[in-house]
Design a protein around this ligand. Structure first.
Ligand SMILES: [Zn+2]
Length: 424
C-alpha cells in the first residue's frame, strides 16, 4: 500500500461527481491540493478556478470517501467463526474462548486482514476500537484515516481500579505520541460498555480532556437494559461466571442512555455505538446532548434485533453514522453493504444511507469541518466507483450501492492509495 505525495495539485474530471448526498454534478471535476478539496463542481467552473488542465479519471463516478465509524480491526480473523445468535452473553463467552490461544502475531495478522478488507471496500476513515495496546504501531501505518480508540474494560469497580485504568491509558497515549503519530491517525478512548465500566470511570473518561472522540457500546441489547434496570438477566449471570463484579453497587434503575446522562457523561466527545434499544426519551436525550450514534446494520442483523430507531434519531437531528462492527458479528468490512442493509430493513432512503456513510461518519470521527463532502476546504478523501448501469440522477445514489459497482480508486488527504490487489 503505497502513498503518493498529496501536496501537488490533482485535478480530476469524471462524467459524474457526487459532491454530497444532496448534489450530483454531471461532466464535473474535483481538484485537491495540500490534502484539501480546493474546487468541485461542473468541469468548466473548476477548470477556470484551478487554471491547470484536468486529468481524465475515466468512466467512473467520483464520490466522497466512506467512513466506517465503528470497527474492531483486531478481531478480523474471527470472520465466519461465530454463528448469528440472539444471545449476546453467549456470543461474548464464545469469543473469549476463541481468542484465548491467540498470540501477538495472530492479532497483528488479524488486524492487517481487517485493514485490507476495509480498504478494498472504499473506506477512507475508520473509527477503530482496539484493546491490544501493541497494535497502535499497526494503526500508525494504516493508509486510511484512523481514530484509534483505546478500549477500556475496568478491572473491577474499586477506586484503585479506576486510578489504574486511567494511569494505564495515560501511558498508552504518551507512548503512541512518542512514536510519532502521523496526521491521518488520531487517538480516542473507548470505555467498553455500561456492563464493564463503572460510572466513576465513565465520568472521568468522558469529561477529562480526551485526545479524540470517545466511543462506547450503548443500549446494544435487551440484556444491557435489564442489567441497568434491576441488576439481573443474562449479563449479570455472565459477569458472575467470569468472576467480574457488577459495575455498580445499586442498579441505576434507568435506561443506559439516561444513566450516562445522569452521571454527566452523555455529551461530546462521546459517541454512542449501536443504540439499538431506545425509548422515545432516549432519542430526545441523544439529540439534546448532541451525541452522535453509530448504527451497525449487519451486526444488528447478526443478533436479530428488532428494527433500529435510526429514522427517529435522524428525524430528531442526531448524526447517525454507519459502522461494520467486528468480523465476529459480520462477514464484511464494507460500508456499502451496511448502507444496503440500512435501506432494505430499516426504512432509510439511499440518500440517508449516503449521508450516514459520509457526512455523519465524518462528524462521529471528529474529522475537520466539511468532512464527508467534496467541497472547497473539505479533507480530500474520495473514491472512484465504476459507473453503474441505468440512467437518472434520482436513483444514482441507490445504484452506487450495488455490489456489482466496484471501488476503482481511493484518495486520502489527496494521496492516491494502492488498493489490495494492485489497483490504484
Ligand atoms: Zn463494537
Amino acid at each position: 500500500m503505497t502513498r503518493r505525495p498529496g501536496s501537488a495539485m490533482l485535478h480530476l474530471r469524471a462524467p459524474l461527481v457526487v459532491l454530497d448526498p444532496e448534489r450530483v454534478a454531471r461532466d464535473a471535476a474535483v481538484a485537491f491540493r495540500d490534502g484539501r478539496v480546493i474546487a468541485a463542481g461542473p468541469a468548466r467552473a473548476v477548470a477556470r478556478r484551478v487554471g491547470v488542465p484536468a486529468r481524465d479519471a475515466g468512466d467512473v463516478v467520483l464520490a466522497p470517501g466512506l467512513a466506517n465509524a465503528h470497527a474492531h480491526l483486531e478481531l478480523s480473523a474471527l470472520r465466519g467463526r461465530l454463528q448469528p445468535t440472539r444471545d449476546l452473553a453467549g456470543w461474548i463467552r464464545a469469543q473469549i474462548e476463541l481468542l484465548r490461544g491467540w498470540s501477538r502475531d495472530d492479532f497483528v495478522r488479524s488486524y492487517r486482514l481487517g485493514v485490507r478488507l476495509a480498504l478494498a471496500a472504499g473506506t477512507t476513515a475508520v473509527g477503530d476500537v482496539c484493546r491490544r495496546r501493541f497494535l497502535v504501531r499497526e494503526a500508525m501505518r494504516n493508509p486510511f484515516r484512523t481514530v484509534h480508540h483505546l478500549e477500556v474494560i475496568e478491572p473491577d469497580a474499586s477506586t484503585n481500579a479506576v486510578a489504574a485504568a486511567i494511569d494505564e491509558l495515560s501511558r498508552a497515549i504518551a507512548a503512541a505520541e512518542r512514536r510519532g503519530r502521523p496526521a491521518r491517525m488520531r487517538l480516542g478512548l473507548a470505555p467498553h460498555a455500561p456492563y464493564t465500566v463503572s460510572g466513576a470511570l465513565y465520568r472521568i473518561l468522558c469529561r477529562r480532556q480526551s485526545p479524540g472522540p470517545v466511543q462506547t457500546h450503548l443500549a446494544e441489547s435487551r440484556a444491557e437494559r435489564r442489567l441497568l434496570r434491576d441488576g439481573g438477566g443474562p449479563l449479570a449471570a455472565l459477569l458472575r461466571k467470569t468472576g467480574r463484579p457488577l459495575p455498580f453497587a445499586e442498579p441505576p434503575g434507568v435506561s443506559p442512555v439516561a444513566w450516562l446522562d445522569r452521571i454527566g457523561a452523555l455529551r461530546p466527545p462521546l459517541v454512542a455505538v449501536h443504540a439499538n434499544f431506545l425509548a422515545r426519551s432516549d432519542v430526545e436525550r441523544l439529540a439534546r446532548r448532541r451525541v452522535p450514534v453509530v448504527f451497525c446494520p449487519r451486526s444488528h442483523a447478526f443478533f436479530r434485533h428488532p428494527p433500529h430507531p435510526a429514522k427517529a434519531l435522524l428525524r430528531a437531528g442526531v448524526a447517525v453514522a454507519l459502522g461494520t462492527d467486528s468480523l465476529a458479528s459480520n462477514d464484511a468490512l464494507d460500508v456499502r453493504a451496511e448502507m444496503r442493509e440500512a435501506v432494505a430493513r430499516h426504512g432509510l432512503s439511499p440518500r440517508d444511507a449516503w449521508r450516514m456513510a459520509t457526512v455523519h461518519g465524518a462528524a462521529a470521527l471528529g474529522l475537520a469541518r466539511g468532512g464527508g463532502r467534496l467541497r472547497p476546504g473539505a479533507p480530500a478523501d474520495a473514491i472512484a466507483l465504476s459507473r453503474p448501469g441505468g440512467t437518472g440522477d434520482r436513483d444514482l445514489l441507490e445504484r452506487l450501492m450495488d455490489p456489482g459497482v466496484r471501488i476503482e480508486r481511493i484518495w486520502v488527504a489527496g494521496s492516491c492509495i494502492t488498493l489490495p490487489g494492485g489497483r490504484s
